[in-house]
Design a protein around this ligand. Structure first.
Ligand SMILES: Cc1cc2nc3c(=O)[nH]c(=O)nc-3n(C[C@H](O)[C@H](O)[C@H](O)COP(=O)(O)OP(=O)(O)OC[C@H]3O[C@@H](n4cnc5c(N)ncnc54)[C@H](O)[C@@H]3O)c2cc1C
Length: 476
């Protein structure tokens, strides 16, 4: 991150009486250092993050959110916003300031007639999908069920349905927002449309979203989905075949490649556990019969170690990767967008992916395009819709002594792939990469437009613990 976290935080709260009286009015739960539950409440998904907020306010509703925002502004305290707590940089928690913990705000109401849903920001994707799938409906969500809907939506949102139904933020039709001055606004195409534009990819820069309204689509409940595994020794030809295969894939098909060692998962036979593999994971968001036809060439290619593609519940597909990314391990990510895979890009991926010193690290390559490109590039803050792939190099380990080697692997891999990248990056895959990478995530035009929006909605940069858009632009 580019912000001076500790330097900005006062060691002693300036007005203890005011703080105490405001906290007493909170309807939710307040955790202070030393309270039961404080240490649990300050943990986020990434075990690398160990921060000590002055207060964690587990909000019961919008009134609590407004109280926190007013307190942070008046007392000049850092304020972090927590949805699912999955941001890899740990931006959901801060030192010495207030954490607006939204995890208890889990209301969700599906309108099956309208095919929309109103969802509160504490929901995780597994909880969201369970409610919408009860009506045979879904919208694009993350590929791990324990990720929060809030941070993911606000950064863009890529997932199994993206090539058919667009990004999560493309399906965001309205949001309720608490601004930095404590004012409550509704953003939609009709009211405060500029704010809705910014919330569709601009992250938590403009305010705290207390409710999201999404468009839903008929999905499943059964989809043809799963994964096919090839040995890493054949990765060069498998990835070349894959590149040519997806070049003509219909929008209904989303594929994700995962280069890793096979985990000791129950759905894999023991002889494959620990074997270096190319995983081609797929989800066909259309009829099972059409999916069988479309996927046949992929399934016929080469001699896969195992073919796990089958008709299955969409909710089961959403949970496929859950066990490989548990809470509390140490995570470090490096990411960028790719165009169409060149032979040289494939060879670089193959040369580095399995050199990780950890058996649980992995490299993931999302195939983008499809419906993401059908949306006008200027219509949302999200950038860049022309990218073909998002590459995410994920170092994962548990031993603190291994940190240096893990980070070095991810960095050198990222540097080797950089010449093949578009130069852009998906903002939700950034860690503490600094201002230049935030600019790269939005490109110069959108970055300027986002800064203008920041000047309008948060001129004092109260909401700065994020991939920050400053109100005043420094020259590039
Ligand atoms: C295991 C795992 C799987 C992932 N899979 C995907 C995936 O499939 N697709 C994808 O697109 N991304 C994915 N991501 C990345 C994900 O989009 C980001 O980590 C995102 O920040 C997670 O949202 P969250 O609410 O859980 O995060 P949090 O850490 O709670 O929040 C992150 C930031 O979002 C902002 N924010 C959160 N809630 C609000 C709110 N209500 N109002 C305003 N701002 C808010 C704040 O700036 C906050 O710091 C994944 C991440 C992980 C760790």
């Amino acid at each position: 991150m580019t912000y001076p976290e500790r330097a900005a935080a006062p060691a002693i709260l300036p007005d203890r009486t005011g703080v105490a009286s405001l906290m007493a009015g909170i309807r939710g739960v307040v955790f202070r250092p030393g309270d039961d539950g404080y240490d649990e409440a300050r943990k986020v998904w990434n075990g690398m993050i160990d921060r000590h907020p002055a207060f964690i306010v587990r909000c019961a509703g919008t009134a609590d959110v407004i109280a926190c925002v007013n307190l942070a502004r008046e007392q000049e305290l850092p304020i972090a916003i927590r949805g699912g707590g999955h941001n890899v940089a740990g931006s959901a928690v801060c030192d010495d300031g207030i954490v607006v913990d939204l995890t208890a705000m889990k209301g969700i109401e599906v309108d099956p007639g309208d095919q929309t849903v109103r969802a509160r920001p504490g929901l995780l994707w597994g909880e969201f999908d369970r409610e919408t799938q009860a009506f045979g409906l879904a919208t694009t969500g993350g590929i791990v069920t324990h990720t929060g809907i809030a941070g993911l939506t606000l950064g863009g949102g890529i997932g199994w349905l993206m090539r058919r139904h667009g990004l999560t933020c493309d399906n965001l039709v309205a949001a309720d927002v608490v601004l930095a001055d404590g004012q409550f606004l509704r953003a939609s195409e009709r009211e405060n449309a500029d704010l809705l534009w910014g919330l569709r990819g601009g992250g938590g820069n403009f305010g705290i979203v207390t409710a999201f309204q999404y468009r839903l689509h008929a999905v499943g409940p059964q989809v043809l989905a799963g994964a096919i595994l090839h040995p890493a020794e054949r990765a060069p030809e498998v990835l070349r075949f894959y590149r040519d295969y997806i070049a003509t894939a219909p929008d209904e098909l989303t594929t994700i490649v995962n280069l890793r060692k096979a985990p000791p998962a129950l759905f894999l036979p023991p002889h494959l556990h620990g074997r270096a593999v190319v995983v081609i994971a797929v989800c066909y968001a259309g009829s099972i019969d059409d999916g069988e036809r479309i996927l046949a060439p992929l399934r016929r290619f080469g001699e896969p170690l195992i073919d796990l593609i089958e008709p299955k519940a969409y909710t089961a597909q959403q949970g496929m990767f859950d066990a490989s990314v548990p809470h509390g391990l140490r995570y470090y990510w490096k990411s960028h967008y790719f165009g169409r895979l060149s032979d040289a890009a494939i060879d670089t991926l193959v040369a580095h992916a399995w050199q990780t010193p950890s058996p649980i690290s992995y490299t993931i390559l999302f195939h983008l395009g499809g419906a993401i490109r059908h949306v006008d590039g200027a219509a949302t803050a999200f950038e860049d819709r022309s990218a073909e792939h998002a590459l995410n190099i994920n170092a994962v380990w548990s031993d603190p002594q291994a940190t240096e080697a893990q980070v070095a692997w991810a960095q050198s891999f990222w540097e080797a792939t950089h010449p093949h990248s578009t130069g852009g990056v998906y903002v939700n895959f950034l860690g503490e990469d600094g201002e230049a990478r935030v600019r790269a995530a939005y490109g110069p035009d959108k970055y300027r437009r986002l800064a203008a929006l920041k000047r309008k909605y948060d001129p004092g940069n109260l909401f700065r613990l994020n991939q920050n858009i400053p109100a005043a632009l420094e020259p590039e």
